[in-house]
Design a protein around this ligand. Structure first.
Ligand SMILES: [Mg+2]
Length: 297
């Protein structure tokens, strides 16, 4: 373990380089033991932190148990655009991660309410999964067929396994005609089993953005809206909360901007060139975080 300093900002980070995970306290920048137990609420990213595809991450179940035993609030904060909290909770329980739907916040579930706050029930063009389209309908919106793109009040883009040129062109034309362009997230790579990855929503958003000559509004991390919603749900102030994530651009940058202590997980290697010094603490995986709790057990 060592303390690093970013040469451009002069900012220091506590970097834990130990592998496999260690179980001793990390000295803070002031030389005192770092004590994560002083925080009340823990926001944890899902993919690349708690799971890799269908595999639970090493230490993930134990981390959740430890947080619960200590009376901490937990909220899984995920940019996923293809699955809602109800289904995710079932998926996670099936791989031994005990989380309820109320402990999971997704852009999938948040986008309908976000659109309703902005426009009321609206005609939307959805570039995303059938499940996302159904979720928007449940939230009171009309999901338009591609041929009615000109009626769209908003274009919503998530991860779309059936993405094609027709969808891309309809979305761009709707944006040309003044529809709001809302991306569920800009994540590029979605980590899966065995250190592999697939495409997250970002590449689809980038294609629409290029064709429309327009940048999207981003609902998910690092957007402050998504963090504010999370803190409100948990009843926590920013200084009482921790963000744990594997993506510097979304989890760490968003967490820091929202005022949270932010911990970077490096195991999934979402973007090997990312600037790790932006994080307050860097660890290999969530198992390594247990050391920051267990020293007081
Ligand atoms: Mg992640």
């Amino acid at each position: 373990m060592y303390h690093s300093t970013d040469v451009t900002s002069g900012k220091k980070s506590c970097i834990d380089t130990r592998q496999p995970p260690a179980y001793s306290a990390c000295p803070s920048l002031l030389g005192e033991p770092m004590d994560l137990l002083t925080y009340k609420a823990f926001l944890v990213d899902l993919d690349g932190c708690l799971r890799y595809g269908r595999q639970p991450a090493p230490g993930a179940a134990l981390l959740l148990q430890t947080l619960r035993r200590r009376g901490k609030s937990i909220l899984v904060l995920t940019n996923t655009s293809s699955t809602g909290a109800d289904e995710l909770a079932k998926d996670l329980q099936s791989i031994g991660l005990d989380l309820s739907p109320s402990e999971i916040q997704t852009t999938f579930d948040a986008v309908g309410e976000y659109i309703r706050d902005r426009f009321g029930p609206a005609n939307v063009l959805c570039i995303g999964t059938p499940a996302l389209q159904e979720r928007l309908r449940r939230d009171g919106h009309e999901v338009l067929p591609l041929s009615r793109y000109h009626e769209a009040k908003a274009v919503i883009v998530g991860r779309d396994q059936e993405f094609n040129i027709e969808r891309m062109v309809a979305a761009a034309k709707a944006i040309d005609e003044g529809a709001a362009f809302i991306a569920l997230n800009m994540d590029i790579r979605l980590p899966v089993e065995g250190g592999d990855y697939t495409a997250a929503a970002g590449p689809f958003v980038a294609a629409v953005s290029a064709l429309a000559y327009q940048e999207p509004e981003v609902l998910g991390k690092p957007s402050p809206v998504f963090f504010e919603l999370a803190l409100r749900r948990l009843g926590a102030a920013p200084q009482e909360a921790v963000m744990i994530g594997d993506n510097v651009e979304t989890d760490i940058r968003g967490g820091k901007a929202a005022g949270l202590f932010s911990i970077l997980i490096t195991d999934s290697n979402v973007k090997p060139t990312a600037d790790r010094s932006q994080a307050d603490l860097v660890v290999h995986n969530v198992a390594a975080l247990l050391g920051y709790f267990d020293h007081r057990l």
